[in-house]
Design a protein around this ligand. Structure first.
Ligand code: AMP
Length: 214
């Protein structure tokens, strides 16, 4: 199955994509994770992408399209893929249709006010890449799963968050209409799920996604 996860930053795409990818046995491909690894390793792509990622801007389409084309040509994508964070512009979506068009597109819709709290409180483990909210951590610098060090992503700092949300609404949200027009869109409205401790639960979102794909 070839799947795309769409949604604003902080919608829980990464967490859900990891779970759904494992469940459906297709590789979870996060372009944000690929870019962060490239920046850390100082590769040519990383050097080109660094200033955009740190400023909360989109990396130019040509760089992303080449990166995803190469990744989808790898043997583990033979039976499909789950793309998280790509496409983010209509130009990327058109390019993907020419490489390996998706079968379905899951859109996780979360209102902006909830996203702000989630992004500002997000911490990531440098060891296992697990993502948690500070409100759920006994010690905000220690990963509750593997004991690794928890950090705040540079682009989760308040000044960059506002920029990322603006970029999402201007450049990525139009993809909802693009895929709706192709009859591939599955809408997950977290507002309709139960709210526990001020937010929806990841397990409820997971169930809603699987149900939407049946
Ligand atoms: P994410 O982890 O998906 O929030 O991505 C982090 C950052 O990586 C984004 O704010 C962009 O700077 C960059 N990025 C990730 N995916 C893309 C994409 N498909 N197109 C352009 N930039 C991207």
């Amino acid at each position: 199955m070839k799947l795309i996860f769409l949604g604003p930053p902080g919608a829980g795409k990464g967490t859900q994509a990891a779970g759904v990818g494992a469940h459906l046995k297709v590789p979870h491909i996060s372009t944000g994770d690929m870019l962060r690894a490239a920046i850390k390793n100082g590769t040519p792509t990383g050097l080109k992408a660094k200033s955009y990622v740190e400023g909360g801007q989109l990396v130019p389409d040509a760089i992303l399209i080449d990166m995803v084309r190469e990744r989808l040509a790898m043997p583990d994508c033979e039976n499909g893929y789950l793309l998280d964070g790509f496409p983010r512009t209509v130009e990327q979506a058109v390019a993907l249709d020419g490489i390996a068009a998706p079968d379905a597109v899951v859109n996780i819709d979360v209102p902006d006010e909830r996203l702000l709290a989630r992004l500002a409180g997000r911490r990531v483990c440098v060891k296992c890449n697990g993502t948690f909210n500070v409100s759920k951590l006994a010690d905000e610098s220690v990963c509750p799963v593997c004991g690794g060090q928890m950090i705040q992503r540079d682009d989760d700092k308040p000044e960059t968050i506002a920029n990322r949300l603006r970029v999402y609404h201007e450049q990525t949200a139009p993809l909802i209409g693009y895929y709706e027009g192709q009859g591939k869109l599955r809408r997950i409205d977290v507002e309709k799920l139960p709210i526990i401790d001020g937010d929806s639960r990841p397990e409820d979102v997971f169930k809603a996604i699987l149900a939407s794909l049946e």
